[in-house]
Write a protein that binds this ligand. Structure first.
Ligand SMILES: [Zn+2]
Ligand SMILES: [Zn+2]
Length: 396
């Protein structure tokens, strides 16, 4: 393990920053105290600090030398609506809110990287430290892009990471192409004609329609997409009816679709529409479909994946880098940044062995042993992606 000495020296600071953020979790777009904490720290390290991007987002710029070259690194600030049950000393002091996805660790590692790079000054160009709000559900990454993140801060590439409890601490996993899935949602509203349950012939019952739709939706992945392509169609809500003896007027189905490839996403959306409409005709029913694309797939570009691999290998050694992990159908709003800029998103091992609580579990707590690894990865990667100081001096 080649931890950087400037990062190793921050070990106790990182733990105390992480525990402070963990104890004071804030959810999507309300990360005011966390955002102020980050901005204060960046200023104290001597960075140029930009606040108020996507509300609570912060960008720290560290400039050195004359090169126009720049890279971006991104962390997320937000917590989740979960009542913490970890029992740790630094557990959440905010009822019903918790850092159950480790964004406290992500924020801490990026802060430490900024501190170390500001000390080392071992590059020529600009390193941007991007702290985004609302990764969970609300797409703060998309809002930052919409508010001009890459127009205001020109950079050639942007990099992301997420701690991964299924992977042992000390290991890193990454791959070119999709690593996380696209997240879509759908809502089907079937409207029939309510009736007395004993006189179904006088009404038009949306219940059998709903049952057939749920079954037919499961044929999309099984029968319509290529056997070696991936897709998930899950119906997660069924709402209809109030009592024993009434055929309801309406049934509402809701669910989610996960894919990696846009062509598969298009196919699933089209087939859901055809099933909803076709079965509505069959059952003499009115049915509407609302299909919404929330997060795109997180797709790593080829060259930047090589750069990330080089940094990971230099840090933890080739034996500890998994270059072909099974992608996850979970989703990640860093995908919006990767739609605008080439880059690479990696999984940073944070597992403590079997039984490690996974992300979004009330017993989860970020593994502090991963802090120095993640922070060293950032510095190693950014310094390698920017021209070296020595070379600049030699050329001058
Ligand atoms: Zn999460
Ligand atoms: Zn997360």
């Amino acid at each position: 393990m080649n931890l950087l000495p400037e990062i190793a020296a921050l070990e106790s600071d990182m733990r105390s920053w992480r525990h402070h953020i963990h104890a004071h979790p804030e959810t999507a777009f309300e990360e005011k105290v966390t955002s102020a904490f980050v901005a204060d720290k960046l200023r104290s390290f001597g960075l140029e600090v930009h606040t108020g991007i996507a509300g609570t987002g912060v960008v720290g710029a560290l400039r050195q030398g004359n090169s126009q070259d720049a890279v971006g690194m991104r962390a997320d600030l937000d917590a989740l609506h979960i009542q913490e049950k970890s029992g740790v000393a630094h557990a959440s002091t905010h009822a019903g809110k918790m850092h159950a996805c480790g964004h406290d660790g992500h924020t801490t590692m990026l802060l430490a990287a900024a501190r170390a790079m500001a000390q080392r000054r071992n590059f020529d160009g600009t390193a941007y430290f991007i702290f985004q709000p609302a990764e969970e559900n609300e797409g703060g990454g998309r809002v930052m892009v919409q508010e001009g993140l890459f127009d205001r801060f020109a950079m050639k590439a942007v990099y992301g990471m997420h701690n991964w409890p299924e992977l042992a601490v000390g290991k890193i996993a990454l791959r070119e192409g999709p690593l996380m899935g696209a997240y879509d949602i759908f809502e089907i509203i079937a409207t029939g004609r309510g009736a007395h349950a004993a006189m179904p012939h006088l009404g038009c019952d949306p219940m059998p329609y709903a049952a057939h739709v749920i079954n037919a939706l499961q044929t999309i992945v099984a029968r319509n997409i290529h056997p070696l392509e991936a897709g998930v169609v899950s119906v997660t809500q069924v709402h209809g009816g109030d009592t024993w003896n009434v055929i309801p007027q309406e049934v509402v189905l809701r669910g989610t679709v996960r894919t990696f490839q846009p062509a598969i996403q298009d196919l699933i959306e089209r087939r859901i529409g055809e099933i909803v409409t076709g079965l509505a005709a069959t059952f003499d029913m009115t049915a509407t479909l609302r299909y919404e694309r929330r997060y795109p797939a997180t797709i790593n570009s080829a060259a930047e994946t090589k750069h990330a691999l080089a940094a990971a290998t230099a840090l933890v050694g080739a034996d500890n880098v998994d270059t072909n992990p099974m992608p996850s159908m979970g989703s990640e709003d860093f995908a919006f940044m990767l739609q605008e800029k080439p880059g690479c998103y990696i999984w940073l091992g944070s597992g403590r062995g079997p039984g490690t609580p996974n992300l979004h579990n009330p017993q989860y707590d970020f593994n502090d042993d991963a802090l120095a690894i993640g922070a060293s990865y950032w510095v190693t990667l950014a310094e390698a992606q920017l021209p070296a100081q020595a070379k600049v001096r030699a050329a001058a």
